[in-house]
Design a protein around this ligand. Sequence first.
Ligand SMILES: Nc1ncnc2c1ncn2[C@@H]1O[C@H](COP(=O)(O)OP(=O)(O)OP(=O)(O)O)[C@@H](O)[C@H]1O
Ligand SMILES: [Mg+2]
Length: 589
Amino acid sequence: MKTTGQVAGIISNIVIVKVDGPVGQNEICSVYLGDTKMMAEVIKVTGDKAYVQVYDSTRGLKIGDRVEFEGHMLEVTLGPGILSRNYDGLQNDLEKMDSLFIQRGSRTEPLDFDATWEFTPLAKAGDPASAGSWLGEVTEKWIKHKIMTPFAMNGQYTVKSIVPAGTYKTTDTVAVLTDTDGKEYPVTMVQRWPVKQAIKAYQEKPRPTRIMETGVRAIDTFNPIAEGGTGFIPGPFGAGKTVLQHAISKQADADVIIFIACGERANEVVEIFTEFPRLDDPRTGHKLMERTTIICNTSNMPVAAREASVYTGMTIGEYYRAMGLKVLILADSTSRWAQALREMSNRLEELPGQDAFPMDLPAIISNFYARAGLVHLNNGATGSVTFIGTVSPAGGNLKEPVTESTKKAARCFYALSQGRADSKRYPAIDPLDSYSKYLEYPEIVEYLDGRIEKGWVDLVYKGKTLVQRGKEAYEQINILGDDGVPAEYHERYWKSELIDFVILQQDAFDATDANCPIERQQYMYNLVLDICDKSFRFGEFTQCTEFFKQLINIFKQMNYSEFKSDKFEDYRRQIDQLVEGQVSTPKEA
Ligand SMILES: Nc1ncnc2c1ncn2[C@@H]1O[C@H](COP(=O)(O)OP(=O)(O)OP(=O)(O)O)[C@@H](O)[C@H]1O
Ligand SMILES: [Mg+2]
């Protein structure tokens, strides 16, 4: 018997329900407004009162209206057919809905249950099975989508039977498992899982050992993110968070991308919906959308649905990770998620923390980031979820609670600076404030020695030091005046500018420059560092300025040319000549 209840109070989209039986924290219920059935989640229970947040507008709801509890938490449906879909935070298929402005109470099927798939068994009768073990596979787009023992099946099972290779419907039984008592469990290609619980069907979660290449130099070269790592991009309004995340989602070396557009402007979201399906994945030749799932809650959707969307995205990511795939999850912006938490907490009249965010905001954020990671699956395969969220700190204040809490949880920090954005130094990632803790991992240092070149991380620190010294020189020049400092100060400053213009700045809207493969990053970085190693001994600061401006100009054209093309090599020769000329004939004042 389902627990039912009656609406006893309404505070915006939080509804107080008097219940006639047991209800659980985070249980899902349906609130009836006439014939319209609205989904809601229990967020607090005291005595016979349940506080539920409704994922829809509660306009018109009355005291005494009926509520029915479902007996389970908010779940996602997992199975083949998730890739290239556009969902809202509750996994409604947006394509099946009339518009982005969803009708109240409307629900759609998250998967096409009538679709058929070519199933190939991977297990055979008599094999052991446990949560997450691979029973078979189907080809979804170009990914081998594993059909797994449902994650909710705790304990040890045995495969009693499995269907032969062939075409089956998503909901057909493809395997029958038995438990130690001989009880039978049919398994289909679909399973459900509560979004707020991490899927733990793996052996261990070791430290990451490789980097995920994004094609963005300021990330890969200067502050690489690990495969299975976490990072975040705080940045003031208009600093380039969305452009940067879109670049990463198009270029990153991942098998599956989940893009969570959380509370962003509807027009930006429409942009991804129209742009993504057209784009090709340069590594596979397939359409980018084939590996991408978009979860979208625009700012005009109910607040409560935003809170769900990040969890829905993470759970889908964990599902694909359990198939041994490399998953990248991007969320833009997690501040909107935190605002949803704040609104809920305020309506519940909970004791507020800093800036009225809930007291447990740091724990909520760190628990969420902790779900990312590299895992060794029980069968020895490896899968990963890499997570990068953006944060929009009000007024660019990095001391606000969401930024501070995220800083504790994420291991890469890509701080977008207003100053850089204002002077169009894109991506506006601040080279001195930003960091990647993965550069300190011996495993990653060793990996980069092999992937790029021996001693690579030392080169990275060398470049960072040059940028730091350039900044110090710049400050001195500003205080003492161009003529008030020795010419070396100008040289030091311009060397850091060279690194900035050639390596750190990158044009996200140029077909060639947007995506810089790691081999090209290595080539360019070494070229720039070699020049920085030279001592030019300019007689006058104006010579120095002139020289570097010319040099940067050629380098920029080089960045816009195809790697190692004739044009590219020609610019390379021009650079060599310019540098040779300056080194061999230092002009004395
Ligand atoms: N890498 C880049 N290359 C060139 N232009 C850029 C780049 N990044 C950002 N811009 C410019 O800055 C504008 C704002 O960027 P974006 O929308 O990503 O900012 P945002 O930080 O997401 O802003 P909001 O806080 O409003 O969400 C872009 O429309 C574009 O003109
Ligand atoms: Mg944005």
